[in-house]
Design a protein. Structure first.
Lengths: 388, 301, 309
């Protein structure tokens, strides 16, 4: 009796194993981003973007074999040491060759590993030439870089809002410091229009009290305070504390995720006149709305900011892999860089950056400009140029 | 080189109007009061039981989280929410004393590490239960007071006022009540206190409960001024450490003085030298105190 | 006997392990060495809450020497140890007279200041740190992959562990135990032991060890920034030591090894990982005051007594 049951069990197992080899394999996409901590919304948003894309892509063929998407999450807490450990694990242990890596600040540590292993880096982060350049062919920036925003968008916004005196309050790290330089350069270029850079304050990344630094800046009478890519909470607190000190001007933010509701929660009426250039106040495409609806239905909350870009990146990379007919990251990179994509929720997407970065690794999509009026995002009618 | 820098600072000082400097001072004093509010619970527990409560920052965070849950989500009236939170924190503190501190009485190393463990538990549970999204408690007193060219939000003034009241109340409890007397007796000499009939266990429980309640209340009143997230405990305990190192461990007056002092140093430092320099300045003060007066400004070794 | 097997396992592992296991082994060895060094100060009755600061000091010294000043990575490692040890000697001389929590807070303050200092200046990379840290070259072969770097880490940690172990069981080590409390220290001084010198020397040695391994750690990451070694790192080391047990040498080894392995396994678990760590810690502290190593002692005693019967 016992022998029979064991034997049948073994046979069933063998059968299952055999059929497994004919079932589709997984195309693993890693997600090395903060899944816990204050920036967790970014990482979780990427997870969800990949999941929604997986639903639309389903089972797909690469060189005749069927594949299905699989997300492999790694919590990095935006810490370089943890990101190094995560990438080691992904590449050496989990056989993951493609992945999202979030955070410009962590890239210093991981770029050597990426180059060594030819890891395909779907880079979500600002910064500029330090990350996307000719030496890193498998690194693609799938969101707008600060250079892009500053060179092609900011001057238009200044013109529209009649901004002359520009101040900057950003994080005291690579990003903040390089952006100050770029902003000063822009101001010099716009000298003819009367634009002047009047002051900068570099604050600690997790600071909560900006009163003294704001006091210094406000003494110079700025028309706009550029809060760079600071997180939502920080932008809210800066706005609140600046208003408390009597500031009546504009704020500009290049943060990817900036909910008006969150800003109003912190700053109340003070949130009015915050300008953002990565926030859509009206849906640019039907796909954008569809994804928002699906997200609400599936996850029971408002769409997290990184979902749309992660969705687009996943589908575009899968398309590139299919067209290239291989998972070889260098070949897929070539294929991707020369393609355009029609399923990006923001609109038609392509690649640019040859001149500015020495490599076509900067995504080009339509981008919005919005301003908070009466506590909600309203569109600001400004067009953005393309990055050469 | 140094002369140039000094000249630059002098120019900046003199070019700044008096209003600006006074505003900076006002900001410093009020921030200092907020620091006192943050550090008071730690001072009490160390003062009575000589335990450095590493979980202090997390209890502070818990207070802020609870005021969000109870006042914003469940919409309780403020007058019901505040005592409820204080009581909850006190009960948690009492349980921690009973279950953990009492068992490890006398083993200072294990006690210290146990408080680290408690802090990690509270922190990780908070991340898991409350989630990572930043939360906000709306201002109870919106609006800004404008006087003599100086602007100060009512919310902050209120919190500063409450900080002072708490210091006064703590003095009253510790120096003017029987329980306070019992606490001071234990601090002085536990053996003798027990022989004199004082229930040292009960008093220790009371001290920790009170310390936890103070920490939570600190979080409650600081909550509407900044935003709330489960990671704010680390900052709170680091600041509290700095305050008690400079003021003197377990010394209420020390906490008061050090809090205001550091608030002003930070604010004026940031105004005159920039935010990063001000940050370093605080550490320089801390090291100076440790080298030249390790017991703190008001403490005794 | 067990020691011999353990050593053999460590030496033979690269032959059968995957690259990922090499990564784990390197991290485990680093943590064990840090914790054992902390332990040598702990058993004197002094709790250092800023050991991470000395690790960082060593790491940054090496990085600055090799990246900014183009000096060979081997000298970088040596320089790191010398720098950490010297600064620790100076700091120790000033702070060892402080007892208990005052000492701990002073070292905590130092740890914070070190990190803030490196954060403030661009020459040290500022908040973003310095990348492309070179690894040492051994007879013409650069130790650029996990396998070859593992040998370096293994040799250095075994060396330091052996050093600290031997010191513990010499007369010097026994003398250190007499310094554990203020009373016994006074007693020791009355028989002519220069307590202050001894304590400072031990503290300096411990910090030199962690500084050297910090340099190795930075070379492993090929990167350093102010967030790599923080106050949380110091508390982690303390937790490893306590969970392992501070009654004898193998406690910290056990604690660091087990908890690091546990941590790597729970990698994607985010806050569950911290919760598990904390619960393990609380269980051990409350029910096994001697740490996990005392459990092994009990098992061993039982086994022997059974064998006898």
């Amino acid at each position: 009796m016992k022998f029979v049951s064991i034997a049948s069990g073994l046979m069933a197992a063998c059968l299952a194993l055999a059929t497994q080899t004919h079932a589709q394999e997984s195309f693993k996409i890693g997600n090395l981003s903060p899944l816990s901590g204050p920036a967790a919304a970014f990482g979780i948003g990427i997870n969800r973007g990949i999941e929604l894309a997986a639903e639309d892509v389903g089972t797909f063929q690469v060189a005749g074999k069927p594949y299905k998407l699989e997300v492999v999450p790694y919590d990095t807490s935006l810490d370089p040491g943890k990101t190094v450990a995560a990438l080691n694990r992904a590449v050496l242990n989990d056989n993951v060759k493609y992945g999202f890596i979030l955070g410009a600040a962590v890239h210093g540590a991981v770029l050597p590993i990426i180059r060594q292993n030819g890891f395909f880096d779907i880079f979500m982060g600002a910064a500029g030439k330090e990350v996307t350049n000719a030496e890193n062919p498998t690194v693609f920036r799938f969101m707008a870089s600060s250079d892009q925003l500053y060179y092609t968008f900011t001057p238009e916004i200044y013109k529209k809002l009649n901004i002359k005196r520009v101040a900057f309050m950003g994080p005291n790290n690579d990003l903040g410091r390089s952006d100050v330089k770029v902003l000063k350069e822009i101001a010099t270029r716009l000298k003819g229009q009367g634009v002047e850079f009047v002051g900068e304050e570099l604050v600690e990344l997790n600071a909560k009290d900006f009163q003294a630094s704001l006091l210094r800046l406000l003494a110079k009478n700025p028309d706009v305070i550029d809060t760079n890519a600071s997180p939502t909470g920080t932008v809210g607190l800066i706005a609140k504390q600046a208003r408390e000190l009597g500031y009546k001007g504009y704020f500009i933010s290049s943060t990817a995720v900036l909910e008006a509701k969150a800003l109003v929660n912190v700053a109340g009426k003070g949130a009015d006149n915050i300008v953002a250039y990565r926030i859509w106040s009206a849906a640019p495409t039907k796909l954008y709305d569809q994804i928002a609806e699906r997200h609400q239905a599936k996850y029971k909350e408002a769409t997290l900011g990184t979902v749309w870009e992660a969705y687009a990146a996943t589908r575009w990379v899968v398309e590139a892999v299919q067209k290239a007919g291989t998972f070889d990251t260098k070949k897929v990179a070539e294929q991707l860089a020369n393609s355009t994509f029609q399923f990006h929720p923001y609109g038609p997407a392509s690649w640019g950056g040859d001149k500015t970065y020495g490599a076509r690794r900067q995504i080009q999509t339509p981008l919005p400009a919005s301003i908070i009026k009466d506590g909600v995002w309203t569109p600001l009618d400004v067009r953005m140029g393309t990055l050469e | 080189m140094l002369a140039d820098k000094q000249r630059a600072i002098f120019q900046r000082c003199s070019s700044m109007s008096l209003t600006l400097l006074l505003q900076g001072l006002a900001i410093g004093l009020v921030n200092g009061a907020l620091y006192i509010l943050t550090a008071l619970g730690l001072t009490l527990i160390y003062g009575i039981l000589h335990i450095v409560n590493f979980a202090h920052g997390e209890v502070f965070m818990l207070g802020a989280m609870l005021v969000y849950v109870v006042y914003v989500l469940w919409e309780w009236p403020l007058l019901a929410a505040l005592p409820a939170i204080a009581l909850t924190a006190a009960v948690v503190g009492w349980l921690v004393e009973r279950g953990i501190f009492r068992r490890l009485r006398g083993q200072w190393l294990q006690l210290l590490v146990a408080t680290v463990g408690v802090s990690l538990i509270i922190q990780s549970l908070s991340w898991l239960v409350f989630g990572a999204q930043e939360k906000n408690v709306p201002s109870i007193l919106p609006g800004v007071l404008v006087a003599w060219g100086i602007r100060m939000p009512y919310e902050r003034l209120a919190a500063a006022g409450i900080a002072m009241c708490m210091v006064a109340a703590l003095y009253a409890v510790v120096y003017k009540t029987r329980s306070g007397l019992a606490m001071r007796a234990i601090e002085e000499d536990e053996e003798t206190a027990r022989m004199l009939g004082i229930d040292t266990d009960k008093v220790a429980g009371l001290a920790v409960a009170l310390g936890f309640a103070l920490a939570a209340m600190g979080g409650v009143f600081v909550a509407p001024i900044y935003s709330i997230n489960p990671g704010m405990g680390l900052e709170a305990i680091l600041m509290s450490f700095i305050i008690i190192i400079i003021g003197g461990l377990g010394n209420i007056t020390g906490t008061l003085v050090a809090g205001l002092f550091i608030g002003v140093v930070q604010s004026m430092g940031a105004l005159l030298l920039g935010a990063e320099s001000a940050h370093v300045l605080v550490f320089v003060v801390m090291i100076a105190v440790l080298i030249f007066r390790p017991q703190g400004l008001m403490g005794k070794l | 006997m067990a020691l011999y097997h353990g050593a053999m396992a460590l030496v033979l592992m690269p032959a059968v392990a995957t690259t990922y296991w090499m990564h784990i082994a390197i991290v485990v060895l680093l943590n064990i060495t840090y914790t054992v060094a902390l332990f040598s100060v702990l058993r004197m009755g002094y709790l250092s809450l800023g050991h991470a600061g000395f690790i960082a000091l060593g790491a940054y010294t090496c990085v600055v020497l090799t990246v900014r000043l183009d000096i060979s990575p081997w000298w970088g490692i040596l320089g790191a140890g010398v720098m950490s040890g010297t600064v620790a000697w100076g700091l120790g001389a000033m702070t060892m007279r402080l007892r208990g929590i005052y000492f701990s807070l002073a070292i905590f303050a130092f740890g914070e200041i070190v990190v803030a200092f490196f954060r403030a200046f661009d020459w040290f990379g500022g908040p973003s740190g310095i990348a492309n840290v070179p690894r040492p070259v051994f007879f013409g072969h650069a130790l650029n992959d996990h396998f070859s770097f593992y040998w370096l880490v293994l040799c250095m940690s075994l060396f330091f562990m052996a050093l600290l172990y031997r010191l513990q069981y010499t007369r010097y080590g026994a003398t250190l135990l007499t310094l554990k409390t203020e009373a016994s220290e006074r007693l020791a001084q009355s028989v002519g032991i220069d307590a202050a010198r001894l304590k400072t020397a031990t503290f300096a040695l411990s910090c030199a060890v962690v500084g050297t391994m910090g340099a190795v750690h930075a070379q492993y990451l090929m990167f350093i920034n102010p967030q790599v070694f923080t106050f949380l790192t110091s508390t982690d080391l303390l937790i490893y030591a306590m969970v392992g047990g501070v009654s004898h040498f193998w406690g910290p080894v056990l604690g660091a090894g087990l908890l690091t392995l546990l941590g790597e396994q729970l990698f994607s678990a985010g806050y569950w990982k911290t919760l598990v760590y904390a619960l393990v810690l609380m269980v051990v502290i409350l029910s096994l005051p001697g740490g996990l190593v005392s459990l092994l002692d009990r098992v061993r005693d039982k086994w022997f007594s059974n064998a006898r019967n």
